[in-house]
Design a protein around this ligand. Sequence first.
Ligand code: IDP
Ligand code: MG
Length: 140
Amino acid sequence: MNDKTLAILKPDCLERNLTGIAIDFILNKGFKIKAMKMLHMSKADAERFYAVHKGKPFYDELLEYMSSGPCIPMVLEKENAVEAFREAIGTTDPRKAAENTLRRLYAKNMQRNTVHGSDSEENAQKEIAFFFPLKEIMLY
Ligand code: IDP
Ligand code: MG
């Protein structure tokens, strides 16, 4: 399954009405959207999703932020999806991100960085399963 990754349009993306622009950006980069939904993560959801970051200085604020409003998780498909999507969004800190990456173009700061992308094959599979049962992942 190395052709799929999990993306999330984060709360700041929706808050600033960048949803359409972000989706357009993703489609223009050649990703196919195989699943998508809007939801509002609870703090407990965010805690589970970001469990690997527990104990880091930004963790508590990250949970606050990710549960502060609705977000849009999606399953994206492309050859080498994990790596290709990380490249398309740029580094965590938007000021350091490469030109024309989604974060460089639209992110506010290191925390409110507009979009999530899985960082490995293994995590992509776990993160996809976190949001989407198999029947919600389209086969088209
Ligand atoms: P990533 O999203 O680029 O993979 P991670 O290190 O996995 O970055 O961190 C997860 C999320 O936590 C980031 O996207 C960002 O929202 C937040 N975050 C990471 N590092 C910092 C920081 O130093 N300050 C504030 N927020 C941070
Ligand atoms: Mg990460």
